[in-house]
Design a binder for this molecule. Structure first.
Ligand SMILES: Nc1ncnc2c1ncn2[C@@H]1O[C@H](COP(=O)(O)OP(=O)(O)OP(=O)(O)O)[C@@H](O)[C@H]1O
Ligand SMILES: [Mg+2]
Length: 280
């Protein structure tokens, strides 16, 4: 559990599927590892297991290419086998909190990837966040999970499901250990061209940030490189590694800068990402 441990707990969450949670989780983990930090990771999305697969691919690629890339200590929380809701929740809570306590002890960070959709385990993971990062595709379809927006005036009519869920988990966190959750929304798959949609999203998110209590971090562009490295388990941040076998191009350099700006904006506890800056 979060209390009494040193690790800073970072949860990637958004009930909307396909927003970039697992991709961002992997890049964040590798950024922190390359900065010399110790990192644990938990995949709460055992059904898809994208983060788990990414990490396993990295292990296999390192072995094949004789690379010595760092890996997180990883755990998977599978779904419960109990039918009764009460027993199932107690079982999931016990397994999640045991894994978290084990990983948090003596580590700098624990990064938790969560599934799309709402579930007990998903809510529980959110309630343990020190930092919650919500990647958001640059689309009003995806924004609809955060707030209802008037189509003509773009005025915010009220929070939607996911924003309400985060609010509930902020309360759960405060009741458990009086802690707070630093909620960060980052736009993902941004296009390079200025469009009406991009400007309108900017306007609504700016107003929404104050209204429902998040801050914004710089976004990430739509780049093939964010998906093409999955099978090797590499990220953009590994490409300068001798023997990585991928040639660095301009898009890679720009993408690395985006990840760096994102991590800077997340503003993790004092000076933790300063060391080893030259490594990635
Ligand atoms: N910035 C990006 N540029 C290009 N492709 C991206 C980018 N971010 C994510 N993707 C791709 O979008 C898809 C969804 O990403 P990802 O699996 O990380 O989302 P998710 O939120 O974890 O999804 P789920 O809710 O299903 O777990 C993947 O195919 C991924 O490779
Ligand atoms: Mg995912």
């Amino acid at each position: 559990m979060s209390e009494g441990t040193s690790a800073h707990i970072i949860v990637l969450g958004n009930e909307k599927g396909g927003s970039g949670k697992s991709t961002t989780a992997m890049h964040l983990i590798v950024r922190l590892l390359r900065d010399g930090r110790s990192v644990g990771s938990i995949d709460v999305d055992a059904h898809q297991g994208t983060l788990t697969r990414y990490i396993r691919n990295r292990e296999a690629y390192c072995e094949k290419m004789k690379l010595a890339l760092r890996l997180p200590e990883h755990r998977i929380i599978g779904p419960t086998s109990h039918d009764s809701a009460r027993v199932a929740e107690a079982d999931e809570r016990a397994r999640f909190e045991a894994a978290l306590a084990d990983l948090a002890a003596g580590r700098d960070y624990v990064v938790i990837d969560t599934p799309g959709g709402a579930s007990f385990l998903n809510r529980l993971a959110h309630s343990h966040a020190h930092t919650l990062i919500t990647p958001l595709n640059d689309s009003f379809v995806d924004l609809d999970m955060l707030a209802r927006v008037d189509p003509d005036s773009l005025a915010i009519e009220g929070p939607s499901r996911y924003a309400e869920m985060v609010w509930e988990q902020k309360k759960a966190r405060a009741m458990r250990d009086r802690g707070s959750i630093d909620w960060i929304v980052m736009r993902n798959r941004l296009g390079n061209l200025e469009s009406h949609n991009k400007k309108a999203m900017e306007q609504v998110l700016h107003a929404l940030a104050r209204r429902i209590g998040f801050r914004q971090a710089p976004g990430i562009s739509e780049r093939v490189v964010f998906r093409e490295l999955f099978l090797s388990g590499l990220t953009l941040l590994d490409l300068r590694e001798p023997g990585a076998g991928v040639k660095l191009n301009m898009s890679h350099v720009a993408g690395r800068q985006e990840i760096r700006m994102l991590v800077d904006a997340i503003d993790l506890p004092s000076g933790q990402v300063e060391a080893g800056r030259a490594t990635g």
